[in-house]
Design a protein around this ligand. Structure first.
Ligand code: NAD
Length: 340
């Protein structure tokens, strides 16, 4: 028996996804413990049972949280993203791999004292893919979960290994007791680029799409760092958070794998810019490709096959590209920047 308070842990709670996920979990009545290396936003704090400023590499701090709370689920969002990871690859490895291992260890400790497996949600990425050249990329079409897994960035290597760690802890790590389940129930989504009306991303390589939009809304010029014809899968943040919640609550028996692709639309950078201009006719958008970032994007698939997620846990995005703009992004950024 334990007197600890049941709670869900969200790491990286102050990030783009964290902002939306904390709101959703709190609205559903969860006791949220929000952890980030940066101070949690004042608007999010009242939604949480506790907030902790700390580094996921500090296992002692994580253990102290585990003494106070009985974590039933961990939403492990904290990471160094793809562009930043290429500038500091060893640091990216430490945060993305050792940090993930620390959270898995914490989940094992929570499961061991409660006797129940801890659900572990891990946002992976299309960066886990690595496609050798443009010819192969064109031929690859909508890539399945088990294809083209030779990532070309440290972040992608870290994400792919994080998926393997999760599979190991779910299926091969020692059981809670001889006749019982394994301590961790790991579930992962390979997210496409995400676009939020409420937050401006930083450090990712698919950031050009949201950056174009936010710059246009602020009335600032923007030079896109990838070529106009490059195509990538994207989705709106509300669909991403819906997907996390749907996978987290899906019956274990319905899951045929530990990692799922999802996607909603796959515009070229030029098509995205055209929509930004339609809604913000004064937008000053240009294209000035950066060699490193263009190469990263070219190694990712132009689109993904998400039929497994649709079949196993009913993934179905509500927002196509036009609806994302007209009903979510444009009203959201107008509110954010006080545009009439
Ligand atoms: N946003 C996307 O387009 C996208 C796409 C695919 C996958 N993902 C994944 O989703 C997760 C969340 O992404 P995001 O867009 O919210 O990223 P983000 O960069 O906005 O947020 C990450 C958060 O983690 C925190 N953090 C970083 N290092 C930490 C550390 N050592 N200890 C504690 N906190 C730390 C940061 O302060 C930040 O608030 C990440 O794992 C990312 O890889 C995001």
């Amino acid at each position: 028996m334990t007197s600890r308070k049941p709670a869900v842990l969200v790491t990286g709670a102050n990030g783009e996804i964290g902002h939306s996920l904390v709101r959703r979990l709190a609205a559903g009545g969860a006791n949220v413990v929000a952890l980030d290396v940066r101070e949690i936003d004042a608007a999010c704090k009242p939604l949480c049972s506790a907030t902790q400023v700390g580094d996921i590499l500090d296992f002692g701090m994580l253990q102290r949280l585990g003494v106070e709370f009985e974590f039933t689920s961990v939403f492990h969002l904290a990471a160094l993203l793809s562009t930043r990871g290429e500038f500091q690859p060893e640091l990216a490895h430490r945060v993305n791999v050792e940090g993930t291992l620390n959270l898995l260890r914490l989940a094992v400790e929570s499961a061991s004292s409660s006797g129940k497996a801890v659900t572990f949600l891990f946002p992976s990425s299309i960066a886990a893919y690595g496609i050798a050249d443009p010819k192969q990329r064109a031929a690859a079409g909508r890539v399945r979960e088990d294809e083209h897994l030779a990532p070309q960035t440290m972040y992608g290597c870290n994400k792919l290994y994080g998926e393997h760690l999760g599979r190991y802890y779910t299926h091969h790590y020692r059981r809670l007791a001889a006749d019982q389940q394994h301590p961790v129930d790991f579930r992962s989504i390979r997210f496409p680029g995400l676009i939020s009306a409420d937050t401006v991303p930083s450090g990712g390589t698919s950031d050009y799409a949201p950056e174009m939009l936010h710059a246009a809304a602020r009335g600032e010029p923007y030079a896109c760092y990838v070529r106009e014809d490059i195509r990538l899968p994207f989705m709106a943040m509300p669909d991403a958070v819906d997907a996390i919640m749907a996978l987290a609550t899906a019956p274990r028996a319905s899951l045929s794998t530990h990692v799922y692709n999802i996607g909603a639309f796959a515009p070229s950078a030029g098509e995205f810019a055209a929509l930004v201009r339609e809604f913000f006719p004064k937008a000053e958008l240009s294209f000035s490709p950066d060699v490193l970032r263009q190469a990263i994007v070219e190694s990712w698939p132009a689109d993904v096959d998400d039929s497994r997620a649709r079949r196993d846990w009913g993934f179905k995005p509500a927002y196509d590209l036009r609806r994302t703009f007209s009903e979510y992004l444009v009203p959201g950024v107008r509110r954010r920047y006080g545009i009439a």
